[in-house]
Design a protein around this ligand. Sequence first.
Ligand SMILES: Nc1ncnc2c1ncn2[C@@H]1O[C@H](COP(=O)(O)OP(=O)(O)O)[C@@H](O)[C@H]1O
Ligand SMILES: [Mg+2]
Length: 294
Amino acid sequence: MPETMIEIEDLCQSYGRKVAVDHLTLHIPRGMFGLLGPNGAGKTTLMRTIAALMRCQQGAVTVCGASVQKPAAVRPHIGYLPQDFALYPNMTAEGALQYLGLLSGLSAACRRARIPALLEQMNLAEQAHKRVRALSGGMLRRLGIAQALLHDPEVLILDEPTAGLDPEERVRLRALLGELAEQKTVLLSTHVVGDIEASCGEVAVMDGGRLVYCGAVEALRRRAQGKVYETELSHGSLAAFRAHHPVTAVSGTGKSCTVRFLAPEEDPCIGRPCEPSVEDAYLLCVHAAGGERQ
Ligand SMILES: Nc1ncnc2c1ncn2[C@@H]1O[C@H](COP(=O)(O)OP(=O)(O)O)[C@@H](O)[C@H]1O
Ligand SMILES: [Mg+2]
């Protein structure tokens, strides 16, 4: 059995009457673990609860054996990059880390040793003296990860770290996260399937506050076998087709187009079966969960 780093048991979290996390049980092992779900799925609420920033209302969450009910016991184990991470724009990259290190109680000696090493590790050594406002989106995200690593936690919680990055920065960040996960447990949330395919072997899919899948990414893909089809349609009939079939892709520019669609229930008489992608499988998962909720 792999060692469980984060243990979530029957967690329920609400904002007033709005249920954001709904009876969620999840055991996260060491290494890289993906949390995938559409906007509003409850990913940020779950991550804030794990990081002991939101009170656990019902159920139990432990990180490295420490309960989130005791934030002071959990925080040393956790580094957290919030979804809306921002810093004072006039500080330098290094100055910002000094400031955050000071706030989190790191000694001057520890800051002197760790900050240059972290800037190096995050490929930011050349930006150390640049102001935060002059950094690119990717650099800012890497600086955010550096601040999460300041106190050398075992677990990193990164809330949509690739959001808004251009493709090159996204690929670079994925590679960096892969390296980090050799030493740390990295819980990475995203709504982009490609992030999960590139970085994670294991994934939890959330939708509407619920866990709709947990396991290997490849096993998720295989679940869609026999449920993904392609067919040729005229552009004019596409809208009517969409009304009855979940379409995952449309290609072709001539009179007709090739439409890829999900058929969760039965073999459709139209179309030819095709090999599912992880994206097809994810959409199928979320589509099925949406259907159940209606
Ligand atoms: N502060 C809040 N007050 C009220 N509702 C909220 C608040 N934060 C999130 N929600 C709602 O809770 C649900 C889950 O949100 P969130 O955890 O941010 O999901 P995700 O990160 O997957 O997009 C959404 O329906 C969202 O609108
Ligand atoms: Mg979020």
